[in-house]
Design a protein around this ligand. Structure first.
Ligand code: NAP
Length: 355
C-alpha cells in the first residue's frame, strides 16, 4: 500500500522525498512516500481494517512532524489522525460493522496511508447520505470544538461566544456549534475572504484582524446589541490576541484554552481570574479517549447526527493526493486554509483548491 512516512523531524512543507530507498538521505524533506508499505494485518478478533478514502490535516499533525507537539512518536512513523473510508476486512468477533460499511474515526497515528486497522469500538458509522470525504474532517476539528463548547462550557443561547482563529479547522467548527447552541457568535479571522466565508455561516459579527482593532471593534458591536461582554472565549491561537481579547470578558466568563497556532503561549493572570470569577478550561481532546471515552463517543455521535440533519457542514478548502502532502502542510502553515485541508487516498489528480 501507499503510506506517508515521517523519517525524521523537520518542516514537511519542503519538496517531498522520492520513494523509500531512492535518494532519501539527500532530500531535505522529513517525509517520504513508501509505495510498497506492508498492509496492516487485523491484530485482534475485534479489529477492523479500513480502506482510507480521505484523511484530514490538523495543525497537530504539522507540529508532530516538526517535533513541536506534546506527543513525540518514535521514528519512523506514519502521521495522520482522522479519516473516513470503507470497511475492507473484519476480525471474527466484529459485530458492529461489515465489509463495505462507511466509517470514520481518529487514531493517534497512521491515517496517511491506504489502509488502517482499529478496534471496532473506536469506529463510527457514517450515516447514509453523508459525504464520506467530508466525514474524514469531522472527528478532530468538530470533536474538539463540541467537547469544549457543549461539554465543558455548557454554551447556551443567553451567552456570547468569541472564537479566535475562526476560519481555521477548529474555528469553523466552533462558530457552527456556537450557532447550533443559539449563542451570539463573534469571530476573528484574517482577510476579506475568510471574513466573507464566516458571514456566510451566519456568524453575528466578524472582525478582520488585518485592518481592525479587535477589542475596539468587538466592543462597538456589543454596545450596539446592548450586550455587556463575552461569556465564552474559544482560543486556538494564543499570544497577543488572547491578551487583548481577555479585556472583553464578562464577570464569570469561561476561557477555553485550545491551542497556540500563533506559537506563543499566553499568560492568563490569576489575580484577574479571581476578581472576575473566570473559569479557565485547558482542553486536550485526544486524552478524552483515555479518561472520558463515553463523552467522546457521545460527542462524535451527536456531531454525525447534526451533519446528517444539515445543522453543520464541513468546509473543505483544499484537497491533495498523498504525494502532494507537502503542499497540504503548506496550506496550513501559510494560513491559507478556510475550514479543512484533506488528503484523498484514491485520487491521483493534482492540487485542487477552492480558493
Ligand atoms: N486542544 C486540543 O485538543 C486541540 C485539538 C485540535 C486542535 N488544537 C490546536 O488548535 C490550533 C488550531 O488548529 P487547527 O487545526 O484549527 O489549525 P488551522 O486550521 O491551521 O487554523 C489555525 C488558525 O489560527 C490562526 N493563526 C493565527 N496566528 C497563526 C500563525 N502564526 N500561524 C498559523 N495560524 C495562525 C489562523 O487564522 P488567521 O490567519 O485568520 O489569523 C488559522 O486559521 C492548533 O494550535 C492546534 O494544535 C488543539
Amino acid at each position: 500500500m501507499e503510506a506517508l512516512l515521517c523519517t525524521r523531524l523537520g518542516d514537511p512543507t519542503s519538496s517531498i522525498s522520492a520513494p523509500t530507498g531512492k535518494n532519501s538521505e539527500s532530500s531535505s524533506s522529513p517525509i517520504e512516500i513508501s509505495r510498497n508499505h506492508p498492509i496492516p494485518e487485523l491484530d485482534s478478533p475485534t479489529a477492523v481494517r479500513v480502506k482510507v478514502k480521505a484523511t484530514s490535516l490538523n495543525f497537530a499533525n504539522y507540529l508532530e512532524i516538526l517535533g513541536k507537539y506534546q506527543e513525540k512518536p518514535l521514528l519512523p512513523f506514519i502521521p495522520g489522525s482522522d479519516y473516513a473510508g470503507t470497511v475492507d476486512a473484519v476480525g471474527p468477533a466484529v459485530t458492529k460493522f461489515k465489509v463495505g460499511d462507511h466509517v470514520c474515526s481518529f487514531a493517534d497515528l497512521g491515517s496517511y496511508a491506504t489502509f488502517i486497522v482499529q478496534d471496532q469500538s473506536l469506529l463510527f458509522g457514517v450515516p447514509k447520505g453523508c459525504d464520506l470525504v467530508a466525514a474524514a474532517a469531522l472527528p478532530v476539528a468538530f470533536g474538539t470544538s463540541h467537547v469544549a463548547l457543549v461539554h465543558r462550557a455548557n454554551l447556551n443561547s443567553s451567552q456570547v461566544l468569541l472564537v479566535l482563529g475562526a476560519a481555521g479547522g477548529v474555528g469553523v467548527a466552533a462558530v457552527q456549534i456556537g450557532k447550533v447552541c443559539g449563542a451570539v457568535v463573534i469571530a476573528v479571522a484574517r482577510g476579506a475572504e475568510k471574513v466573507q466565508f464566516l458571514k456566510s455561516l451566519g456568524v453575528d459579527y466578524v472582525v478582520d484582524s488585518t485592518n481592525q482593532n479587535v477589542t475596539a471593534s468587538v466592543k462597538e458591536f456589543l454596545k450596539s446589541r446592548n450586550l455587556k461582554g463575552v461569556d465564552v472565549l474559544y482560543d486556538p491561537v494564543g499570544g497577543k490576541l488572547t491578551k487583548e481579547t481577555m479585556k472583553l470578558l464578562n464577570w464569570g466568563a469561561q476561557i477555553l484554552v485550545i491551542g497556540f497556532a500563533s506559537g506563543e503561549i499566553p499568560v492568563i493572570p490569576a489575580n484577574i481570574a479571581l476578581v472576575k470569577n473566570w473559569t479557565v478550561h485547558g482542553l486536550y481532546w485526544g486524552s478524552y479517549r483515555t479518561h472520558r471515552p463515553a463523552v467522546l463517543e457521545d460527542s462524535i455521535c451527536e456531531l454525525l447526527s447534526w451533519m446528517e440533519k444539515g445543522l453543520i457542514t464541513i468546509h473543505i478548502s483544499h484537497t491533495y493526493s498523498l504525494s502532494e502532502a507537502n503542499l497540504a502542510f503548506s496550506a496550513i502553515k501559510d494560513r491559507k486554509a478556510i475550514g479543512k485541508v484533506l488528503i484523498l487516498l484514491d485520487d491521483l489528480g493534482g492540487v485542487r483548491s477552492k480558493l
